[in-house]
Design a binder for this molecule. Sequence first.
Ligand SMILES: [Zn+2]
Length: 374
Amino acid sequence: MTRNHRTRATRGVLAALIASALLFAAGACGTSNTTQVEQPDSQTKTPEKTGAITVVASINQWGSLAEEIGGDDVKVTSVLSSTGVDAHDFEPKTSDLATLSKAEIVVANGAGYDTWATKSRASDSTLVSAAQIVGAMDGDNPHLWFSKDARSGMAKELADAFSKARPKKKAEFAKRLKAWQAEEDDLDAAMTKFAKAHPNASYAATEAVVYYLMSDMSFEDVTPRGYEQAVANGGEIAPADLQTFQKLVEDKKLDVLINNTQEATDATNMLTGAAGRADVPVVDVSEQMPDKYDTLEDWIEDLTERIFMAVDPEYDDDSNDGQTDPDAPADGQDQSGQNQSDGSATTGCSNGDGTGDCTGGDDGSNAGQQDPGK
Ligand SMILES: [Zn+2]
């Protein structure tokens, strides 16, 4: 059921990534829009377009990434940016469809999340689809922007599509992709570090919006399956499933409750209320990227930090987790041993600020090299 579905989805994602990695390696075009891509060799007669590429993204998460990779060489419009509408049932206006139809490149999520976007694009437009890149199908968890693999795959694919549209700017796109990837790598490193320090962390969610993110951080999903499935299918939640969930929260059998504010219902309000009474931390998240963030990375980084703080208020992301994570031993005995062997003791000594202070409060490995003030 949901479990199988997930395993399948994850495996599909991995397989597709390997496949797309091979495609990149071979220099092939990763997009699967076979209909309108220029003929590979012979047809060079179409005059090369100049000026900013008209890019229309179905959702602002991917639109933001397109802006990061495209810079001044793209003009990006995102159709769905509001965090106040039900994204899963979003119906674009006629003007949105008109905008989509004029795009040179359409950036979509896929997996049934934004079918309207791919339907409305012009036949000579290029499609960059997250679901196609990772091999997600309709029915799989569609919140792909929260998957590190999907983000990296999309960034590469966008750079590729932009380079094909404006070959003269290829170096610019490559440069931005590299800068973006460095940021993504930092984010991945922070998530991995937290995951290592908290191997037994668990969560439940009012809707499986951050499923990939939590999976990237090795959190155990303890959301009752019946509830989860009903929500994913847009169906009625059985009272028994809701009760099971409520009991789970009341018994504090989870480290954090993730609340999708964009898909709030009476049931989700009941669950967050129960969490409040039981002192279970709640982290709010939306489907679309809120206005206040400049980039997809900024948003996800902030979200992960809120999750870190909810699970472990003592955790210091910018410093030495071996030193500042008094909860680590409670998570499992293996952990303290691990910290000693591969944690601060080695990296702190060799990579630090050169003082050789490996045991003091200064981590060095992170705080020394990167902007400690953040
Ligand atoms: Zn959702």
